[in-house]
Design a protein around this ligand. Structure first.
Ligand SMILES: NC(=O)c1ccc[n+]([C@@H]2O[C@H](COP(=O)([O-])OP(=O)(O)OC[C@H]3O[C@@H](n4cnc5c(N)ncnc54)[C@H](OP(=O)(O)O)[C@@H]3O)[C@@H](O)[C@H]2O)c1
Length: 329
């Protein structure tokens, strides 16, 4: 049986509104392959239960996180509570190879590697299907037709429901989509108040001198056109504006942290929700993938959508301009 246009069009949308995603990269203990213990299982359980309590139902993984231990520890939670599987959406990523073939890092979107990594993720997560599979990074060596063929085969076999990408540009998405029967469902990119090149690109079309950005123009617009969900990784900027400023913050970081705190006080919300609300206000309808393992900080993110609705245009621009430390052109 082949996947028909009808099958793909009939696929239910993976979300109806903007939402937070829980990023599981912090679960599982150390990054080396040493085994995890009971403490890591307890930490994961606490984080996942807290995320569920705040209404999060989408969980983001990658086969490489903590040498596979993020997926394994999550799999233990699913094995303990099988009913959980149908209440959540599991997303994982493939295509990065760490410490293999004498190379510290390389990318591999060949059909053989995608299948191998997906099978490993399914085993670790102790599930029979992935709700979404993302290609973690572009692999310049593999023909997009081969990669797309591998994704279609996994869909056809019911092992993967939706397919998407991470860290890819609009032309890279289009090259894959040419060989798929439906647009990619997701693009996960680093977007935050600290990583602003996606905005700099948007206002630097005429090449204003003070604007330099490597973000490929048109990528968010491509997602809007095809309906791909834009997910933001490291959306809290690892806490730099909400409590974990570096020991020697730049004037812009210090000023932005102060503005975030002031807005949080005015809105009666946590600083984390202001940082995320700023991101969610952009019309790209960004879903932040939060990576904190602290239950208190997970809860502090929960008002992000409400804050986004209450931030004014002035607040939004003030945060951007303060974070860039320079007026707009
Ligand atoms: N697609 C990709 O290439 C890619 C790359 C990186 C990440 N991701 C995904 O994105 C998710 C989030 O990424 P992330 O964890 O880098 O980003 P994040 O959500 O911006 O930051 C979370 C990290 O910052 C720390 N942090 C945040 N606020 C803090 C505060 N106020 N005080 C002290 N520490 C604070 C957290 O520590 P605590 O745990 O102690 O709170 C945690 O280590 C990951 O879990 C993963 O799913 C994807």
């Amino acid at each position: 049986m082949t996947v028909s246009q009808h099958d793909v069009v009939a696929t239910p949308a993976r979300r109806s509104e903007q939402q937070l995603v829980y990023g599981c990269m912090g679960l599982g203990g150390s990054w080396d392959p040493s085994p995890y213990g009971a403490a890591e299982v307890t930490q994961a359980e606490l984080a996942v239960r807290t995320a569920l309590e705040t209404g999060i139902t989408v969980f983001d993984h990658a086969d490489i996180y903590r040498s596979g231990k993020s997926e394994s520890v999550f799999g233990e939670l699913l094995a303990d509570d099988p009913a959980l599987r149908d209440r959540i959406h599991i997303q994982t990523k493939c295509g990065i190879r760490l410490g293999e073939d004498g190379l510290a890092v390389h990318y591999d979107l060949s059909a053989q590697n995608i299948r191998r990594q997906v099978q490993t993720s399914l085993e670790r997560l102790r599930t029979d299907r992935l709700d979404t599979l993302l290609l973690h990074r572009p692999d310049p060596l593999t023909d997009p037709a081969e990669t797309a063929g591998a994704l279609l085969a996994l869909r056809e076999e019911g092992l993967v429901h939706d397919v998407g990408v991470s860290n890819m540009s609009a032309p890279q998405m289009a090259a894959l989509e040419r060989h798929l029967v439906a647009p990619l469902a997701v693009n996960q990119l680093e977007l935050s108040l600290a990583k602003r090149d996606w905005l700099e690109t948007a206002v630097g079309v005429n090449g204003a001198q003070e604007i330099s950005s490597t973000f490929v123009p048109g990528t968010l617009e491509h997602c809007a056109k095809t309906g791909a969900v834009v997910q933001a990784w490291s959306p809290l900027a690892r806490g730099v504006y909400s409590g974990s400023a570096p020991s020697d913050p730049s004037p812009a970081e210090r000023a932005t942290g102060a503005l975030v705190r002031r807005l949080a006080d005015e809105l009666g919300a946590a600083p984390e929700s202001v940082v995320l609300g700023w991101l969610m206000k952009h019309p790209a309808s960004v879903d932040p993938v939060i990576g904190t393992t602290s239950p208190a900080r997970i809860r502090a993110c929960a008002d992000a959508a409400a804050v986004s609705a209450r931030l004014t245009r002035t607040d939004w621009y003030a945060l951007w301009v303060t974070a860039r430390g320079l007026d707009l052109p």
